[in-house]
Design a binder for this molecule. Sequence first.
Ligand code: FES
Length: 104
Amino acid sequence: MSTSTQTINLGSLEAIALGQGRCFIVGGEEIAVFRQRDGQLFATQNRCPHKQGPLSEGVAGGGKVICPLHSHKFDLVTGAGSEHGECVKSFRVSAVNGEILLQL
Ligand code: FES
């Protein structure tokens, strides 16, 4: 099986405050990148599958994000949602030399 991944540099890690998320537009798609207080990075689609709430403005911690609109929760690694049938796409993201590298 061949998979093609693309690595995109989203710029300085410092652009995201610890414990917060930020929305980036990548190839016309909104991607939320979260920087947990413990330093771990996660990335998911930005729009909540419930009613399009901006997940990047939600509270992220413990490997989950809580949507700011109606508090549905999503696992930042698997994308699995707290409500039946809801899930988000998640992406690999890492910090290298202080820059955020996203893999699509
Ligand atoms: S829009 Fe996210 S929980 Fe409703």
